[in-house]
Design a protein around this ligand. Structure first.
Ligand code: FUL
Length: 473
């Protein structure tokens, strides 16, 4: 979906009322993806029945028996708990395909489940599309079953599988290429033809966000704990990265002068393992842990890809469903008390089109920017008595590129501006990047006057939105 008035404004020559964007810039599809914020991950397959994390590929397909499979229950649960899309493991490392592919003999068609006529991907895509939730597919390049793995022919097989999945079950908002690359059945490693894989995905839909260690659509954040780096650039020197290479720190922070827009995605499981197992029903992450993950992923400008693995019945287990509901309630409570300042003023405004009051209006294309000559721009807020914010949410307008490098929050106390303590580890008095979103918890003493000071930036800051919230009750 394009925003008509904004597209019109952006298609005008820059310079008049709006600042010049600074490349690299996101595509509209990447902006839509970043606005999704929370997506569900569904690890499902023979491992759900064997208890293994990495199936060997030699499992008897007949162990796959999700007697009550109900993808509508998955979609309804996600819909009701603010999970805005889903990615399913169409094929994990064991090579078992959740759809009856023509290109492997290790699939749902070789099971006795639904007399070998079942098709998990068909049920999944139908149920999620009916719920208006975008679908995505994880297809492990590493395949411990396929007889051609480790030979050039496997690349043909894999590309055919991508084609089949997207033809039958697409369109996909995201396609997930896992970087894990171990041995295949013949003991050989595969040399993957990544450009060919990407080309096949894009031939179906150029807007699909391709995930891998280095993108091109979005990147792995460098850990599986759901935690983004405090300094989180959406940019990356993309062409230096190949899936499966270890550059965790670089992937976490991205590159301030990176060549391409490749936002970080935080994947984490709600349980200790990626696949469901009975013994972990009591080890579902607590609401406090999930809130901490949320604040360190979405709150640091990344998407959160939260894995909620279906159980051996083919249902999201009641312990996970309950926790998802509680997590949704906790987020709602966290943002339940919006606080509006009595007044706002900025050090300067780029033009009448970028008035500072725009930051209270979430309408796309409405932004604040200071004058080019403003070397330390700030925005000041005055609050009425007893309206002390506990949380500040900042968003840059990414249509103009990511710009802010360092900013600080201050309160007016004893006749002077004093930096506020923030929950940042590295810079207790300063914060670094903002990007899509930055959620910062603060502890002002008087709370009457707050100020955001932009200390360093790649180009003058362009802010999409600033919100304040009181303590949740
Ligand atoms: C990893 C895999 O090896 C895990 O099994 C899981 O699928 C995770 C999301 O990615 O690389």
């Amino acid at each position: 979906m394009l925003w008509a008035p904004f597209v019109f404004a952006m298609s005008q020559p820059y310079g008049a009322g709006l600042p010049q964007p600074i490349p690299p810039l996101p595509t509209e599809a990447q902006l839509r993806y970043q606005d999704m914020e929370i997506v569900g991950f569904l690890h499902f397959g023979p491992n759900t029945f064997s208890g293994l994390e990495w199936g060997k590929g030699s499992e008897d397909p007949k162990i796959f028996q999700p007697a009550q499979l109900n993808c509508k229950q998955w979609a309804d649960t996600f819909k009701a708990t603010g999970v805005r899309g889903a990615i399913i493991t169409a094929k994990h490392h064991d090579g078992f395909c959740l759809w009856p592919t023509k290109f492997s003999d290790h699939t749902v068609a070789q099971t006795t489940w639904r007399d070998g006529k079942g098709d998990v991907l068909a049920d999944f895509s139908q149920a999620f599309k009916a719920a208006n939730l975008p679908v995505g597919f994880y297809l492990s390049p590493w395949d411990r079953n396929h007889p051609t793995y480790g030979t050039p022919h496997y690349n043909d097989v894999f590309v055919n599988m991508i084609d089949e999945v997207l033809s039958k079950y697409g369109p996909a908002f995201e396609f997930w290429f896992d970087g894990a690359n171990g041995e295949g059945p013949n003991g050989k490693r595969q040399v993957y033809d990544w450009p060919r894989f990407n080309t096949m995905v894009f031939s179906h839909n150029k807007d699909t966000i391709i995930f891998s260690d280095g993108g091109p659509g979005c990147r792995w954040v460098g850990n599986e704990s759901g935690i983004a780096s405090e300094t989180n650039w959406n940019m990356l020197d993309r062409d230096r990265f190949e899936p499966g290479t270890d550059h965790s720190t670089e992937l976490g922070e991205g590159h301030e002068s990176g060549t391409h827009w490749v936002p970080a995605e935080c994947d984490v499981s709600i349980r200790p393992g990626w696949f469901w197992r009975e013994s972990e029903n009591s080890q579902v992450k607590s609401v406090a842990q999930l809130m901490d993950i949320y604040l360190k992923s979405v709150g640091r400008g990344s998407n959160l890809l939260l894995n909620i693995p279906p159980d051996s019945q083919g249902l999201l287990n009641e312990s996970d469903v309950k926790r998802l509901q509680e997590f949704a309630q906790a987020r709602a409570a966290f943002f339940a008390n919006p606080i509006w300042p009595d007044s706002v003023k900025a050090s300067s405004e780029f033009s009448s089109q970028t008035a500072v009051t725009n930051i209270f209006n979430a309408r796309p294309g409405n932004c604040w920017a200071p004058l080019e000559s403003d070397t330390e721009p700030w925005i000041e807020f005055t609050f009425g008595p007893a309206r002390t914010p506990a949380t500040v949410v900042l968003q840059e307008d990414l249509h103009f590129g990511q710009r802010v490098k360092v900013f600080r929050l201050e309160e007016f106390q004893d006749s002077r501006w004093t930096p506020l303590f923030q929950n940042t580890q590295d810079h207790p008095k300063q914060a670094t990047t903002i990007g899509h979103k930055r959620i910062i918890q603060i502890q002002p003493k008087s709370g009457q006057k707050l100020r955001i000071v932009f200390e360093k930036f790649r180009a003058l800051p362009v802010l999409r939105r600033i919100q304040f919230f009181g303590k949740s009750s």
